[in-house]
Design a protein around this ligand. Structure first.
Ligand SMILES: Nc1ncnc2c1ncn2[C@@H]1O[C@H](COP(=O)(O)OP(=O)(O)O)[C@@H](O)[C@H]1O
Ligand SMILES: [Mg+2]
Length: 241
């Protein structure tokens, strides 16, 4: 694979929802997009514009009605279910608005889960979990349950969990949607900092302009189409939340 090959690419992707008794709805309309290694991107747009639909397609959680998605240079439509599940697991980490942590597992066990699924040996698992909990400043909460944590701490657990498989891409759908402004600022700083340090591509899906300010590329969507796609060299540092 060449240096400039995108990690993720959409070619003329459309997504139509067909609900019973309703007219078909075109949520994404001919979207083409190239995303390179290490990019820090936000996808913005008003509610209903198609952001989550695009996020699900970018994350290969859903398939387009037409068009093609290339994950790491490979056409997703040509992969079997198993190949796709493996490629997704090895390439993409997800962070969601609602944290999606397992309530009965400890912080450590939540972060360990993706490694258990991959049969990583116990010693290595331990090291990876500790390193990732340390990176988000939660070593002292290892044995807590999610219910004992603040929203910001829960989201930091979710970030650690998303990163244990060393994904090339981190997709975050409204990651600060359930957080106060102080925790939001912290979470954005954690994610952008880790992205720069690890060279991971980060895609925020958000309607929060303060997140968009922190990214190098802002893709704005409206009625399922890309309205603008702007890159900038310098990113404004936010002073106050
Ligand atoms: N499963 C679905 N079935 C029918 N319509 C849907 C479905 N999911 C989303 N939509 C519609 O597609 C449009 C885009 O939705 P979505 O991608 O969730 O937007 P956003 O995340 O920007 O708010 C909305 O009008 C929504 O009602
Ligand atoms: Mg949404």
């Amino acid at each position: 694979m060449g240096m400039d090959e995108p990690v993720l690419q959409l070619v003329d992707v459309s997504k139509q929802y067909d609900s019973e008794g309703e007219a078909p709805f075109l949520a994404l309309d001919g979207v083409s997009l190239k995303i390179s290694k290490g990019e820090l991107i936000s996808i913005i747009g008003p509610s209903g514009s198609g952001k989550s639909t695009m996020m699900h397609i970018l994350g290969c959680l859903d398939k387009p009605t037409s068009g093609e998605v290339y994950l790491d240079g490979k056409a997703v439509s040509k992969m079997s279910q198993d190949q796709l599940a493996d490629a997704r697991r090895d390439t993409i980490g997800f962070v969601f608005q609602a944290f999606n942590l397992a309530p009965t597992l400890t912080v450590f066990e939540n972060v360990e889960l993706p490694l258990l699924i991959r049969d990583v040996p116990v010693g290595e698992r331990d090291r990876i979990v500790r390193r990732n909990l340390d990176a988000v400043g939660l070593t002292d909460k290892s044995h807590s349950r999610p219910s004992q944590l603040s929203g910001g701490q829960k989201q930091r657990v979710a970030i650690a969990r998303a990163l244990v498989n060393e994904p090339k891409i981190l997709l975050a759908d409204e990651p600060t949607g359930n957080l106060d402004s102080k925790s939001s600022k912290e979470i954005i700083e954690h994610i952008t900092g880790l992205c720069r340090k690890l060279g991971i591509t980060v895609i925020f899906v958000t309607h929060d302009p303060r997140i968009a300010e922190q990214t190098n590329r802002v893709i704005s969507i409206m009625d399922g189409k890309i309205e603008s796609d702007a890159k900038k060299k310098t990113v404004k540092k936010r002073d106050v939340a």
